[in-house]
Design a binder for this molecule. Structure first.
Ligand code: SF4
Length: 201
């Protein structure tokens, strides 16, 4: 039986991740590709939920951490500084989008490898690492070789780095893929992974 991804929540989730990761800016996608992307997103989101953060800090060394407009307001308010000062001090603007300035690691990573703005950190940080590496790796591969059924069997290949959580995820991915392919599973909802207490860098 194929996985169930119909229904309003599934459609909303699909549109949301397409917007969030700028997938539509790559041009029109085949319906088969979108179907595969939904499945790849579902597997990556579930792994993101289930694998606890080991505080290794690897995610916080990424060079392009996007900060959405509403997140700028939230973080600057949390830091008790004006939005304009926050933008000047911490952000850079590229391609009409805001990113944390290219520091390595992120300004907000503490010496103990903890996020000092944990409660207000950008959504992209909540999505790390498996939605930002495994899933995005899959997206780029798919966009290049749009072919039905290509991505799911290969999803584990996109767990790239050698962090402790990646090693755990690599052991889980084939089981998760088998479950998605063989059972009638509900799509992961935004609320589920936004509220995941395990993701506490
Ligand atoms: S905002 Fe926090 S979680 Fe995001 S990269 Fe910076 S330190 Fe890491």
């Amino acid at each position: 039986m194929s996985p169930r991804r119909s229904g309003e929540s599934g459609r909303l989730m699909t549109q949301r991740y397409r917007d969030k990761y700028f997938i539509d800016s790559e041009g029109p996608l085949l319906p088969e590709t979108l179907k595969d992307l939904d499945m790849a997103y579902g597997v990556s989101a579930r792994i993101n939920q289930m694998v606890p953060c080991e505080s290794c800090g690897v995610c916080c060394h990424q060079k392009r951490i996007i900060v959405q407009d509403h997140e700028i307001a939230r973080i600057s308010e949390h830091l008790n500084i004006e939005r304009s000062s926050f933008c000047d001090e911490y952000l850079s603007r590229e391609d009409d989008k805001w990113f944390f300035s290219r520091t390595d690691p992120c300004h907000f990573l503490s010496r103990e490898n903890r996020c000092s703005i944990q409660d207000v950190k950008p959504e992209i940080c909540i999505d790390a690492p498996f939605l930002t590496t495994q899933f995005i790796g899959a997206v780029f591969y798919l966009l290049k070789y749009q072919r039905e059924g290509l991505i799911i069997p290969m999803l584990g290949n996109f767990i790239l780095d050698d962090s402790p959580c990646s090693r755990k995820a690599a052991r889980m991915v084939s089981e998760e893929i088998a479950m998605v392919l063989s059972r009638d599973v509900e799509p992961v909802t935004d609320g589920e992974f936004l509220n995941n207490p395990a993701k506490a860098v």
